[in-house]
Design a protein around this ligand. Structure first.
Ligand code: AMP
Length: 212
């Protein structure tokens, strides 16, 4: 089964993905995580991607597609895409790539959340510097302030979760990613879930959808 998670930044895709990977045994493919890893490793791609990411713009399609194909290699099944595709061009490339491998997309899940809710969530999001677990400083803080419950490493605010960059990311989503809803709505595998619910409820709803 190949699944795509769609939705605003801050709609809960990353949190849901981590749950689904555990319960359904899928491989989590987060292009944001892969790009941050390239930056940490100071690769040429990471260097090229940095300015786009810190300013809240999208990394060019060509770079993202080359990076993704290199990372996935021959893996074409059991993939859970989070934060990809983000443009119609990326969606078309993914379709062509899957077709060439005799594979397809089995479900596209759109996490529907109001804009003011995602702005608030992104502003209070904290990410573990060790294992990447996502917290919300207000609604789901760690037991000990700024320390990860799982691996005890410090939490951080992502550079692109700062207020000015959040505004840009929301606009970029509306301009470049929202058209994907129309692209996938007619695909026959499109589902909508209420991403405004608490994470456990979202996971339960989406898991049930995928098990059907
Ligand atoms: P995310 O972790 O998914 O919120 O992504 C963080 C940032 O990485 C985005 O704001 C973009 O700059 C970049 N990025 C992640 N995925 C993509 C993608 N599929 N296409 C272009 N840029 C991306």
């Amino acid at each position: 089964m190949n699944v795509i998670l769609l939705g605003y930044p801050g709609s809960g895709k990353g949190t849901l993905a981590k749950d689904l990977v555990q319960s359904l045994g899928l491989v989590h493919v987060s292009t944001g995580d892969i790009l941050r890893d390239e930056i940490a490793k100071k690769t040429p791609l990471g260097t090229e991607a940095t300015s786009y990411m810190t300013s809240g713009r999208l990394v060019p399609d060509r770079l993202v597609m080359d990076m993704l194909k290199a990372r996935l290699g021959t893996e074409t099944r059991g993939l859970l895409f989070d934060g990809f595709p983000r443009t119609v061009e990326q969606a078309e490339s993914l379709d062509a790539w899957f077709e060439s491998k005799g594979q397809s997309i089995d479900a596209v899940i759109f996490l529907k959340v109001e804009e003011d809710v995602v702005v608030q969530r992104l502003g209070s999001r904290r990410t573990c510097t060790g294992c990447g677990k996502i917290y919300n400083a207000i609604s789901s803080p760690p037991a000990k302030e700024n320390v990860c419950d799982v691996c005890a490493k410090p939490l951080m605010t992502r550079e692109d979760d700062k207020p000015a960059v959040i505004v840009r990311r929301i606009q970029v989503y509306k301009d470049q990613t929202e058209p994907l809803l129309a692209y996938y709505r007619s695909s026959g595998v499109f589902h909508e879930a209420d991403g405004g619910q608490p994470p456990a409820a979202v996971t339960e709803k989406v898991s049930a959808l995928l098990k059907k």
